[in-house]
Design a protein around this ligand. Structure first.
Ligand code: M6R
Length: 605
């Protein structure tokens, strides 16, 4: 969670660090700081609570003339949000930034008798002091000893007072990528900070020490031997990480969905059929499994819920969906005949990664759906299907959800073909329907959702309910999450038939109910459920297909999507639900892209 950047090179370090922190801010934004060597090779640290923009103001000309430094934007775990808990931490000759959690920091504090030295409440400062104890002029040896003490996850960037121009880094689980560019050497938590400077990078291998100077980057294993990391290409451009005229990243990313869908689907179509040859995914993983287990968190898990409702009726094998943070501590009923599908936009979510590792230990075959190339989950899975959404910067996931669904739909289709549940012509028709969902998304993006009076109604309410049946219920889970996380309006998603088993007690005059009714086989049942809440005074926003028969006056607002096969309505529905949440957040004047308490990438438990 936290964003890390380090730079050494010929350019002004201050600018590079601050710009990098702005790019990484979506990883955490409760405080920020930088540490740098000044022109006299003395280390300075400036850090404070608040966002990077505030730090920029505070710094103004500080850091001028510096050519080496490290920067951090924090999402608090150990210790509250305060200036002193912000990074970098200084300890003797050490200046350190950290992303991750040191689980045994309390024991280490006692073992190294650090209580009286600590200024902050963070686990990170403990690491800084231990490093200072170990440091006798040999940076690598001190870092190795530190790594041996720590239980937990970490990405550290470190400067030593007597080594101007040098940055050292090491990671375990928490991500770090690095690149040597004509503008100097850079290291960061993720690619968004590197994009302006380079097209090639490497993922810092776990348990390796990286040494950065102004003219080169060297990587060493824990035996001190130099190793050559695998270089990778960045296929995102600078524009992808800019707002490009949109007021918020979220709105831009909503608009990017049709393109992201095409980029994810079209390269995997051959003769009208799904084809994963270029991804190196063999058909035997689909043919040989007797059950599917999908594991993910948050929005990615909701994509899995849609896939379950889609796959089971077609494939006629059990499809289970688990929340990764639960799954990792269970004894899951999976084995070598289980295909475990892991879904993660970032490819770094710690619980999802742990679930992947657990699945492998049970002998299951693992296929991950990941957006960030080279991320840990992608590298550790048996097979990976990359989604091509480009960088998703807004904390609220939008385009990543759509492309995760697109990937899952393609997997379902390939699997049905391989297992004989679909004929070639059925598979081809399925993909045609999937492609037809793209213009339907475009239609919904262009409808003026914000001009309907629902947003005015929503923003004055404390609670809302989403309801649907079958696939529509799966869609509503994501709609409720979107509204909660960026508008702070309490929202619950219910299987519509379940509402009257308790929750309907909460429906009173004007409580908004967003009813999704796109599934024809349960349409009349849904309409009855809508009548039940309407009879209790609810303010109903009804979402149906274009030609659905719904009585005038049944809903306060009725939004119609283009007529699609029932299995594909999620795509335009997702757009509407995202826009409802977006305009509710804007209507309440909230920070749409960086909602309170959240961070984009959850790399701590
Ligand atoms: O990077 P991941 O897909 O693994 O992230 C999982 C969740 O943290 C994420 O989907 C989160 O729920 C969304 N950002 C919410 O919009």
């Amino acid at each position: 969670m936290c964003g890390i950047i380090g730079y050494s090179g010929p350019l002004e370090a201050g600018n590079i660090l601050l710009n990098g922190l702005s790019q990484l801010e979506y990883r955490g934004y409760d405080s920020a700081g930088i540490g740098y060597f000044d022109t006299a090779s003395k280390v300075h640290v400036v850090k404070e609570t608040g966002k990077v923009a505030k730090l920029k103001e505070t710094l103004s000309s500080a850091g001028d003339g510096s050519h080496c430094g490290i920067g951090h934007t924090r999402w608090a775990t150990h210790g509250g949000v305060s200036d002193v808990n912000a990074h970098p931490h200084r300890a003797g000759r050490v200046t350190l930034i950290h992303n991750g959690i040191i689980e045994n920091y309390h024991r280490l504090t006692q073992e190294f008798d650090l209580e009286s030295s600590l200024l902050s409440q963070t686990d990170s400062e403990v690491a800084a002091w231990i490093l200072d104890r170990f440091y006798d002029g040999d940076a690598q040896s001190a870092i190795r000893k530190l790594a041996e003490c720590i239980v937990g996850s970490y990405a550290f960037c470190i400067m030593f007072d007597d080594r101007p121009g040098e940055i050292y880094a090491i990671r375990s689980v928490s991500p770090l990528v690095a690149s040597y560019t004509p503008s100097g050497a850079l290291i960061a938590s993720d690619l968004t900070a590197l994009i302006p400077y380079t097209k090639s990078y490497f993922v810092v291998p776990e348990g390796h020490i990286v040494k950065i100077t102004g003219y080169k980057i060297s990587v060493f294993n824990l035996d001190g031997e130099k190793t050559a990391p695998e270089m990778m290409e960045i296929n995102w451009n600078t524009d992808a990480a800019m707002k490009n005229g949109f007021p918020h990243f979220m709105l831009k990313e909503i608009h990017e969905q049709p393109e992201a869908m095409k980029n994810t689907i079209l390269p995997r179509m051959a003769k009208g059929l799904p084809d994963f040859t270029d991804d190196g995914i063999p058909d035997d993983i689909f043919a040989g499994c007797s059950q599917i287990h999908i594991v993910a968190c948050g929005t990615a898990m909701h994509a899995g819920m849609v896939a379950r409702a889609l796959m089971e009726p077609v494939l006629r094998i059990p499809v289970m969906v688990s929340i990764a943070s639960e799954f990792r501590y269970e004894e899951p009923l999976i084995n070598e005949h289980t295909l475990v599908i892991i879904i993660s936009q970032s490819g770094e979510t710690i619980d999802t990664l742990a679930a992947l590792r657990l699945s492998k230990s049970y002998g299951s075959r693992t296929l991950s759906i990941v957006n960030v190339k080279g991320s840990t989950i992608a590298r550790e899975s048996d097979y990976v299907l990359y989604t091509h959404a480009g960088p998703e910067i807004a904390v609220a996931s939008t385009k990543a959800y759509s492309v995760q669904l697109a990937a899952l739909y393609m997997i379902s289709c390939r699997m049905a073909l391989v297992r004989g549940s679909f004929t070639k012509s059925q598979a081809s028709a399925f993909l045609t329907d999937l492609l037809d969902a793209i213009p339907a998304m475009e239609t919904m993006i262009s409808r003026k959702i914000e001009e309907k009076n629902m947003v005015t109604h929503l923003i004055n309410q404390q609670d809302t309910f989403f309801m649907g049946r079958g696939l529509d219920y799966a869609f509503s889970l994501e709609g409720a999450l979107k509204l909660k996380e960026i508008s702070y309006i309490h929202a619950e998603a219910y299987a519509a038939g379940e509402l009257k088993h308790g929750t309907i007690a909460l429906i009173t005059q004007d409580v908004p109910v967003i009813a999704i009714a796109t599934q024809e086989h349960v349409f009349s049942k849904m309409i009855s459920n809508v009548r039940e809440v309407k009879a209790r005074g609810a303010f109903v926003i009804l979402l149906t297909k274009e030609h659905a028969q719904a009585d005038q006056g049944l809903a306060d607002i009725h939004i119609r999507i283009p007529d699609l096969d029932d299995r594909f309505t999620v795509f335009p529905i997702a757009v509407i639900l995202q826009l409802i949440a977006y305009y509710a957040s804007v209507g309440k004047n909230l920070d749409v892209d960086q909602p309170r308490n959240l961070a984009k990438s959850v790399t701590v438990e």
